[in-house]
Structures are given as C-alpha cells and as structure tokens.
Ligand binder design. Structure first.
Ligand code: NI
Length: 223
C-alpha cells in the first residue's frame, strides 16, 4: 500500500468484504454468513494481514456479522476465511461447558467475546494437552489435538490496540485453532487421526473430561 491507497490483494479483500456486508445487509439485521467447508481453497490460503483495508465502521460490521455467524452455528471461534474472506481477523467467545468437572479438567472457563486482528502465538511453556476439538468448517467430525497449554499471544484487538499476553487452557486452544486458520491450517493437520470420530452419534466409548478411554480403545497417544 502507498499513500493509503489499497492495491492488489488489499483491493480484492476489501471488495470481497463489502460484498459480504452488502449481502448480509440485504438479508436483514440478524443475518449470518455461509460457512465454507474443508476443500475450499480459502481455508488453505494465508490470510492477508489487516492493514486498514476497511474503515472502522466497516470492520465493526464485519466483526458483528462474524459474531452472529459464530453464535448461530454455534461455535466458540470463527476466523474470516471461514466465511470466505482471506483477512487475518477472528472472533472468539465461549460460554464454557455446563459441567464444572469438565470445566476444571479442560481449564475451560467462560471466555468473554474478543477479537483477534493479525494474531500470532508462540508456546509459553512446552506442556501440551490432548482433547477432542471440532471446527465449523469440518462439520460432523471431531478429533483429538495436542495443543500447547499456554501460549504467548500477540497481535491487535478490534480497535487496533496491541495484544501481548499469556493465554492458558481452553482459551489458549481456541487462540491456536483460530490463528492457525489464518495461516491456512486446519485442526485436522495437527490431529491424532486415529481419534477421528463423528459428532452426530454418541461414540461407542464413554465421553470423558479427558479422552483416556478413547485413546486406549482407538490407539492414539495423549500428550
Ligand atoms: Ni475451525
């Protein structure tokens, strides 16, 4: 970009974002965006860093659309490529599990709504933890992923303020999952594929806070 005039990929991503917003506006205040599924090339592309391609009001409208779409799914995170837009922004919000034992074992407190712009993460400690997770762009499946328990998150929030913090537990898992989306990585790339199972029926082994039985009967390691 020179002299504040978008060029190349920035023009393309701006036009695409405005088309999404126009379609959403035409469909009403509470409309949501279609979520693209694995196999769509946008999920395998590196997202364009946000660099002012959208004005403040346009970005706020995009984030609101993403948040409504995440709620409707329902999910606990959504990255812009999942609505077909290769822009490095994501929204996160997790009400947490109802079960206090699961919340404790998975270190999964409620995570208030937050926005990540141009995020990146690095492990803050070597420990990894293995749990089932899924993705709104890989419907009907879940698999175990060993993720860093604690990561150092940098980037910006939705207002442009710098992020520089350590995130722990399930919120760290969501940060890693959504940030990975912006680099063209799906959770399946990191998953223990022997753990792969459907979400539509109860699995033929007990659901547990940690997938200990699943690891034993399906034959995959736990971090
Ligand atoms: Ni996902």
């Amino acid at each position: 970009m020179t002299d504040g005039v978008p060029a190349g990929a920035d023009v393309a991503v701006r036009d695409q974002a405005l088309r999404l917003l126009e379609a959403a506006a035409a469909a009403g205040d509470r409309s949501i965006a279609p979520i693209v599924q694995a196999g769509h090339p946008v999920l395998r592309a590196r997202a364009v860093p946000f660099d002012g391609q959208l004005g403040a009001e346009e970005l706020a409208a995009l984030l609101a659309l993403m948040r409504r779409t995440m709620h409707a799914a329902p999910g606990v995170g959504l990255a812009a490529p999942q609505i077909g837009l290769p822009l490095a922004v994501a929204v996160l919000e997790d009400p947490g599990p109802g079960d206090p034992e699961i919340a404790m074992v998975r270190e999964r407190p409620a995570l208030p709504y937050r926005v990540l712009v141009n995020p990146s993460y690095a492990p803050a400690e070597d420990d990894r933890v293995s749990f089932y997770e899924g993705c709104l762009s890989v419907v009907c499946w879940q698999a175990v992923v060993a993720r860093y328990r604690q990561v150092h998150l940098t980037g910006q929030d939705g207002t442009g303020a710098a992020l520089d913090e350590v995130v722990t537990g399930w919120p760290a898992r969501i940060v890693q999952h959504e940030t990975d989306h912006l680099g063209g990585t799906l959770y399946l790339d990191r998953a223990e594929l022997r753990s792969l199972t459907t979400t539509d029926d109860a699995p033929p082994w007990p659901a547990e806070p940690r997938p200990v039985t699943a690891a034993h009967v399906l034959g995959f390691p736990l971090a």
